[in-house]
Design a protein around this ligand. Structure first.
Ligand code: PNS
Length: 162
């Protein structure tokens, strides 16, 4: 069984994340989307909300993959991999600016547990996209449709009104 994890904060999931998850699901028998909990980072959505948004976005997607599961973890991504028999981490790379830190993490994770990291080039359509920018634009009433799944769009609009 070839298993991969797509780890991240997913606060919230964007269409860029979704594109990577769907593409990874075609390469592996199972893909686990792991919402990593960082207690030092304030988030807009709770872990449960983030997981549910990912699940709904996958359900609504035209490809609706059946080999993707959603989970969460408090600790190191390599410990999550060990406990679930996951051999690979899949990450999207938007630009060269992502590369330095991603390479560092990939090398650390490989040295800690022999886990491989595979980088997938982000769809150019979403190269400028990040959860933080989406939240900022939405907070000030900007248009983020087409950048996030519809379920996320609905939640962002509701929160912007409150
Ligand atoms: O979506 P993000 O915030 O860019 O994702 C970063 C994330 C969660 C993938 C990264 O911070 C991570 O792997 N955190 C888990 C803790 C860990 O394993 N840290 C050591 C990485 S070498």
């Amino acid at each position: 069984m070839r298993r991969a994890v797509c780890p991240g904060s997913f606060d919230p999931i964007t269409n860029g994340h979704l594109d990577i998850i769907i593409r990874a699901s075609r390469l592996f028998d199972e893909v686990v989307v792991a919402v990593l909990i960082n207690k030092n980072k304030a988030t807009l959505f709770t872990v449960e909300e983030r997981m549910e948004l990912i699940r709904e976005a996958l359900r609504d997607h035209p490809m609706a993959p059946t080999n993707v599961v959603v989970d969460s973890s408090h600790g190191l991504v390599v410990d999550f991999c060990r406990s679930r028999g996951i051999q690979s981490i899949v990450k999207g790379l938007r630009a060269v600016s992502d590369f330095d830190y991603e390479l560092q993490m990939a090398q650390m994770n490989n040295s800690l547990a022999g886990v491989e990291t595979l980088f997938m080039s982000t769809n150019p359509q979403y190269a400028f996209l990040s959860s933080s920018l989406v939240k900022e634009v939405a907070r000030y009433g900007g248009e983020v449709s087409g950048l996030v799944p519809d379920v996320v769009l609905k939640q962002l609009r509701e929160r912007a009104q409150n």
